[in-house]
Design a protein around this ligand. Structure first.
Ligand code: ADQ
Length: 788
């Protein structure tokens, strides 16, 4: 109500001032017009009467003169007329006029003296009158003057009437404005505000969640409030989960717990992550810029950690709008909708990307480490690019960590085998871990690589090397043992090389079980029936299986399709009943092997479909594009089984995502024995993907498994995934890394490589910075000129 009154009062005041000023000018103009009209009219009358009076005055015919002025009196608004001689003495006047005028009016003297016709407004006996004086001539001599007197009171009367009307209009205007303001405030302000207040109240009291949707001018406010409410809901859920866990004395890791843990362990140091793949790519789309989260196990795993710690993630910029979205230091805050950490982009030339990423990393190291019968290709040119790009990332990382003492660094994957040594050489005070997301082969297989010594040298710069499982750690230690002059401390699973210790540990990576869509935060998704999902795809089936993969030869997609074919051959009653949905995103398409694989996957699906399909049904639906986690989730939730048939896989997150999604405790996981995941998810149906018959059998077993067994298996797997989630993975890795004792204190003088000149915290011209060690309280380095 106060808002309405204030709004109305100011509106009314504003309108009143403007209307009054307007009325004043209008009425004044009208009054002046009436006076002007009267004046003109009087002078015209005076002129014509003067023509009649002049001969009478010349002949001294005063009686006739008196009659003339007397006759003139009876006209409308005319008060009378009077004749004067040259001395201004009254010779004749209409009855009563002599009394009204009293003295000779000044305009009469002026008419006699100057020979001009003139008029004036006077007040006579408190009454407004107008006097028009006309000279009376006889030839060129002025014998006297004639005065015509009008009653001007009617002008005041009309002016007063005009004011009355204007004020009445103003009053009506005020009432109308007040009513309109009241109504518009009620409908466009008070109603949405009341709605939002009620919504906030319900939210606070825990009755609802979701979004508030007032439109129009309130939309930005509603968006902000919704954002705030989402954070509040998430914080409340986290607090409840913490409380529940404390109550049940469980040790499950949550994002909140990780946050507190990491803050405590970092103790003021900051967390830096490096990977080739960036977590958010920006693309030009339909006239604007959109961000996309790529399909990658690494991104899926690392995203929640960076969100929890607000660190810096250094990665290659690959989106076509990436350069437009960074600031002058190549930084962009992400996630775009709800920024929580910094992404620093590194730019590679097309040649660098070809040699480093497609060449050495993905045609060399990837097949080298995955024993999947694709021959590794090692080219000297690719190796040069690999080394140069590692150096480029090292420069970017050194630049980012320059202002930090003892930074904590998590390097990701086989793209950066040389980076640990490059960083430690410059910053021995940094704690460096590298996590190898893919398998590590046996020493004989690894020995194929012509640059195996250089790769191991680079890796051993790290304080900690992580693999998914112990077998990969053992393979790595054996490879080092066979290749380099080192001491392997088997009892500690560490390599001692010239006094520098590198610990080698298994950290089985996992998924976040408390989040549905890592891009959008915790979200409730509406339930979609399986039949509706299948209908959208144009098929009808009673059973549904699902597979989710990048199209990669290590994932065993054609092998999987052949397993489905064998199942339909062996169990014809399932024809027309089971449809397998393969969600597959094309990957590394620049590499001929991957390009060929897409064709192979498509043609295998087509061949099998042709063999069995009917008008309403087909055995395989291939959805060949990148999907968001939100799009994948309904398939995970409603499938009878999920098929993971990797020929070799470091871990495989799809298996864990499927289990995490099954809140209903249904669904069967069929899992390749060559994945890291099969060591933890022992309640899956473990298969050899090369054995088509075994695959077919396991599909039948999954479809015919007793509901009770299915539920028990799923419950046990869900407990494993819930407990060994991504936060636990991060906590173990970061916890052990922070406990590492580095050999060196922060260097006294840190030399900053030349390309960093002009960057934040770095002085131009390749200056360097100094950390004064004698002042314990001063932990931040100060900048000094090189050589100072
Ligand atoms: P990847 O080989 O990429 O990861 P994986 O672990 O299966 O394999 O993870 C793939 C991720 O991408 C999953 O989160 C999945 O949901 C998503 N994804 C797959 N296809 C998709 C599609 N079509 N659309 C959208 N999303 C899709 C590497 C190693 C793995 C290891 C991970 C993490 O090869 O062994 O588990 O890193 O360390």
């Amino acid at each position: 109500m106060r808002l309405t009154s204030r709004l109305s009062a100011s509106l009314i005041l504003g309108v009143a001032v403007v209307s009054l000023a307007f009325a004043f000018y209008q009425i004044r103009a009208q009054t002046l017009g009436m006076r002007r009209d009267l004046e003109q009219h009087a002078l015209m009358q005076g002129d014509s009467l003067a023509r009649a009076a002049e001969p009478l005055l010349a002949e001294n015919a005063y009686f006739e003169l008196q009659q003339l002025v007397e006759r003139f009196k009876d006209r409308e608004t005319v008060a009378g007329a009077a004749a004067y001689d040259a001395a201004g003495r009254q010779l004749a006047a209409s009855t009563g006029l002599a009394v009204l005028l009293g003295r000779t009016p000044p305009s009469v003297f002026q008419a006699v003296r100057k020979g001009w016709t003139s008029g004036e407004f006077l007040s006579a006996e408190g009454q407004p009158i107008h006097v028009a004086a006309v000279p009376l001539r006889s030839g060129v001599t002025i014998d006297g003057a004639l005065a015509i007197v009008h009653d001007a009171a009617y002008i005041d009367t009309r002016t007063a009437a005009l004011w009355r009307r204007a004020l009445l209009g103003l009053a009506v205007q005020t009432i109308v404005i007040f009513a309109i303001t009241l109504l518009s405030v009620r409908f466009s302000v008070r109603r949405p505000v009341r709605h939002m207040t009620q919504w906030l109240h319900d939210l606070r009291s825990g009755k609802i969640a979701g979004t508030v949707t007032p439109a129009g001018d309130f939309e930005p406010l509603a968006r902000e409030v919704t954002q705030l409410a989402t954070s509040l809901t998430a914080a409340r859920a986290a607090a409840q989960e913490e409380a529940r866990l404390r109550d049940t004395a469980q040790a499950t890791w949550t994002t909140e717990r990780l946050k507190v843990f990491v803050e405590g362990r970092l103790g003021g140091s900051r967390l830096f992550a490096v990977s080739n793949r960036e977590p958010y790519e920006h693309y030009h789309k339909s006239g604007g810029i959109e961000s996309v989260m790529p399909a990658s196990g690494l991104v899926t795993a690392m995203e929640p950690i960076l969100r929890a710690c607000d660190g810096t993630w250094i990665a290659q910029g690959t989106g076509d709008a990436d350069r437009e979205t960074v600031d002058e230091f190549d930084h962009v805050r992400v996630p775009p909708d709800h920024p929580q950490y910094t992404l620093r982009r590194v730019w590679l030339t097309p040649e660098e990307e070809r040699g480093f990423y497609y060449g050495f990393a993905n045609e060399g190291i990837w097949p080298l480490c995955h024993i999947a019968h694709t021959r590794p290709l090692f080219r000297a040119e690719d190796w040069r690019h690999y080394r140069d790009v590692n150096r480029k990332f090292a420069m970017a990382l050194l630049e980012e960590i320059a202002p930090e003492s003892s930074p904590v660094i998590l390097l990701q994957d086989y793209h950066f085998a040389l980076l640990p040594a490059m960083i430690k050489e410059q910053r021995p005070d940094a704690r460096v871990a590298i996590f190898w997301h893919i398998p590590w082969p046996n020493p004989e297989a690894f020995a194929i690589c012509p640059w195996q010594r250089e790769l191991l040298d680079g890796l051993l710069g790290a304080d900690l090397i992580g693999f998914h499982i112990q077998a990969h750690c053992n393979n790595f230690l054996n490879t080092v043992d066979r290749t380099l002059e080192t001491r392997i401390e088997w009892e500690h699973f560490a390599v001692n090389r010239g006094g520098h210790l590198t610990q080698v540990r298994p950290y089985p990576i996992s998924v976040a079980t408390d989040r549905v869509d890592s891009a959008d935060g915790p979200t409730e998704l509406p339930h979609i029936e399986r039949s509706a999902l299948l209908e959208r795809l144009g098929v009808r089936a009673s059973y549904m299986g699902v597979g989710v993969d990048r199209i990669d030869y290590t994932k065993g997609i054609p092998e999987r399709f052949r397993g489905i074919e064998a199942f339909l051959e062996n169990c014809p009653s399932y024809r027309g009943q089971l449809t397998f949905i393969q969600i597959a995103s094309p990957s590394r398409t620049e590499i001929p092997r991957y390009h060929d694989l897409i064709r192979e996957v498509e043609s295998e699906a087509e061949r099998i479909n042709r063999r069995f399909q009917t008008s309403e049904w087909k055995p395989i639906v291939l959805l060949k594009r990148q999907h968001s986690h939100r799009e994948i989730l309904p398939y995970y939730r409603t499938a009878d089984f999920c098929l993971v048939t990797s020929l070799h896989d470091g871990m495989n997150l799809v298996a864990k995502e499927f289990v995490a999604a099954r809140e209903d405790d249904h669904g069967v996981l069929i899992l390749s024995r060559f994945t890291g995941a099969c060591h933890e998810l022992t309640d899956a149906l473990i298969v050899n993907p090369y054995d088509t018959g075994e695959l077919a059998d396991s599909i039948r077993r999954a479809l015919e498994m007793a509901p009770r067994e299915c539920r028990e298996r799923m419950r046990r797997m869900r407990a494993v995934v819930r407990e060994r989630n991504i936060y636990r993975w991060a906590a173990n890795l970061i916890g052990e890394l922070c406990a590492v004792r580095t050999e060196a204190e922060p260097p006294l003088v840190r030399t900053i490589p030349e390309p960093f000149a002009g960057r934040p915290g770095i002085l131009p011209g390749g200056k360097s910075m100094e950390t004064p060690r004698d002042d314990a309280a001063q932990s931040r380095p100060t900048w000094v000129a090189k050589g100072a």
